[in-house]
Design a protein around this ligand. Structure first.
Ligand code: HEC
Length: 269
């Protein structure tokens, strides 16, 4: 709490690391992190101005990761499954900071965030993973790709017939059809699939479809992260959310507005 308060007061990194700031940081670190981490590691685990990016990443196998995500969906649901399938492996292969990261803290991403059908949790999980590994865009140009991989996942998710991934041992033997959502939203994605497939939200088939969608996203995310690790990730973005249209949103405005797309105020002037 003390640490957050100091940050809110706008303390610089320098002042945090001297005098009262340092004391507050050490106290907060000791309370939040148990074990034998050094001072800087404690501060890093807490977050704040001492954070460093990228986090250590070793290339993972996309197929193996997708199988893990598929299984994890049945434990922690879509968003958390994307996170745990990747961070769980990095915990074993790399150790910190993944060991201190609360992997199971993201179950709330299910159902488009606590059941509200907003962004599909798989997309949210992918953004969390790419931004934590590579870094947030405010951390400088080296970290841009963290944001970009997350943003482009939403576009890929919207434009692709999902799920693309079929597990080796599916829990449901019924054929799971693919649908294109034209939206990164859980409500739209699940709704269009349910409409075409004819299965209800509570059906075993719908659940297996969402498990496969999470696995599809985890697969694509690892492909992108591996390319980034090799210095070969290239942005395919054709638009900048917010800037191109003067409002945040999916670019296919007519999906919801029909032909009567309202003009955002600054574009009117
Ligand atoms: C997922 C559905 C959806 C998409 C896609 C979408 N909107 Fe909207 N938008 C809404 C809803 C719902 C509202 C609030 C109700 C309304 O005004 O229609 C809204 C409101 C707005 C408003 C402010 C209210 C108004 O009527 O002036 C503007 C401006 C707007 N949208 C522009 C856009 C533009 C431009 C795009 C494409 C870049 C877009 N929207 C894409 C659903 C959507």
């Amino acid at each position: 709490m003390e640490f957050t308060k100091k940050l809110d007061e706008g303390m610089s990194r320098r002042s945090l690391l001297t005098g009262a700031g340092k004391l507050a940081l050490v106290t907060a670190g000791a309370a939040a992190v148990s074990g034998g981490l050094g001072f800087m590691s404690q501060a890093e685990a807490l977050g704040g101005p001492t954070e460093k990016w990228p986090w250590p990443y070793v290339k993972l196998d996309p197929d193996f990761t997708a199988e893990l995500a598929y299984k994890e969906w049945y434990r922690v649901f879509c968003g958390n499954a994307v996170i745990s399938s990747i961070f769980g492996q990095l915990r074993e292969k790399v150790g910190e900071p993944y060991k201190s990261f609360p992997i199971d803290g993201f179950v709330f991403l299910e159902g488009g965030m606590a059941g509200w059908g907003t962004v599909c949790g798989s997309n949210a999980g992918a953004n969390i993973v790419s931004n934590l590994i590579i870094g947030p865009r405010i951390a400088g140009p080296d970290c841009e790709n963290g944001h970009q991989i997350g943003s482009e996942m939403m576009q890929w998710y919207s434009e692709t017939a999902l799920p693309t991934f079929t597990p080796k041992e599916p829990k449901q033997k019924t054929a799971i059809i693919q649908t294109t959502s034209n939206s990164p939203l859980c409500h739209v994605s699940v709704g269009k699939w349910m409409d075409k497939a004819g299965f209800a939200l509570a059906s075993a088939e719908r659940k297996d479809r969402c498990a496969r969608v999470a696995a599809s996203v985890a697969h694509k995310l690892v492909v992108d992260l591996n390319a980034w690790k090799d210095g070969k990730y290239e942005s395919k973005a054709t638009w900048t959310p917010g800037k191109t249209f003067g409002i945040t949103g999916q670019q296919n405005c007519n999906e919801c507005h029909g032909s009567n797309i309202p003009t955002p105020p600054q574009a009117k002037k």
